[in-house]
Design a protein around this ligand. Structure first.
Ligand SMILES: C[S@@+](CC[C@H](N)C(=O)[O-])C[C@H]1O[C@@H](n2cnc3c(N)ncnc32)[C@H](O)[C@@H]1O
Length: 271
């Protein structure tokens, strides 16, 4: 599969800071190091976000809830990054003082974990537990964490799936969390003012992806809470579009999809 590989963005300041301060990579070597590592994840799976250096575009720390998350993990709460890919958000927490023993990462592809160690140069010291699993599977190794997590981070994750699969995944996430007030699901994904399903151009598999607005996302968690017998408060907002909304005549469906995409950020808290 062809993937777009834009040049290294000099604007990826938080990721560069992490590589400098946490990984000890000198400033003048960061560009070449990130560029060299970026090509490897495509051998594992060709996600668009990897080509875009999203693994250096740290999101969790930009959320208002970051300080609460950091304090809680410092005091023993267990944090899982579901669909962690290279695990950059875990490294940020650890760099800010969270004990790595309280952090967990999971992804469909174990190959990403080795690349995360290579990117962040921390295989000898990071004690995070990484679990390779399909989170949809009822009997995957991830189920060992059931009921033990306090915070699950899901970045650029739910939007990979159809609405039906998102509901299944949301139920899986609830099962991973401790069944008590304060358990948290946080994250971000592509959203849209008009909620709906879309297909990627060139994708002949028939797979659809569902993009939410605030209301449809809240409704999904209401349904999932009812099915699970739990209650959740959902804070969500759609940020300004990342791309211009000028109608793209003659442009590909992919580009049109991106042009109507906003970022949906959310904090879902068990009551
Ligand atoms: C678009 S990437 C996002 C990576 C990272 N969370 C971020 O915010 O940059 C989505 C990740 O979810 C993983 N993934 C997709 N389907 C999965 C599944 N069924 N179970 C576990 N991980 C999955 C992919 O392998 C990929 O690493």
């Amino acid at each position: 599969m062809h993937c777009y590989l834009p040049p290294f963005k000099s604007s990826i300041t938080p990721g560069k800071k992490l590589l400098r301060e946490y990984s000890g990579i000198p400033e003048d070597e960061i560009h070449d190091h990130a560029e060299a590592v970026r090509r490897d994840p495509f051998k594992v799976a060709p996600y668009h976000c990897i080509g875009m250096f999203q693994f250096l575009d740290l999101s969790l720390k930009t959320m208002d809830i970051y300080q609460e998350v950091l304090d809680r993990v410092k005091h023993g709460d267990k944090f899982l990054d579901l669909g962690c890919c290279l695990g950059q958000e875990i490294r940020q927490l650890v760099s800010d003082g969270a004990p790595c023993e309280n952090t967990f990462g999971s992804d469909l592809y174990s190959g990403f974990f080795a690349l995360g160690y290579k990117l962040f140069k921390d295989e000898d010291r990071l004690k995070t537990i990484f679990i390779a699993a399909d989170a949809f599977h009822e009997t995957s190794p991830l189920t060992e964490l059931a009921g033990r997590m306090n915070i699950v981070y899901t970045g650029a994750f739910f939007h990979l799936f159809s609405l039906e699969d998102q509901e299944k995944m949301a139920l899986r996430v609830l099962q991973l969390l401790a069944p008590k007030p304060g358990s948290l699901v946080i994250g971000r994904q592509s959203g849209s003012e008009d909620a709906g399903a879309f297909t990627r151009s060139g994708d002949t598999s028939g797979r659809t992806h569902f993009r939410h607005n605030v209301q449809s996302w809240k409704e999904l968690w209401d349904r999932v809470g009812k099915a699970d017998g739990s209650r959740w408060s959902v804070e969500a907002n759609l940020d300004a579009p990342e791309f211009t909304l000028i109608a793209p005549t003659g442009k590909s469906m992919d580009l049109q999809n991106k042009m109507s995409a906003h970022e949906l950020r959310y904090i879902i808290r068990r009551l």
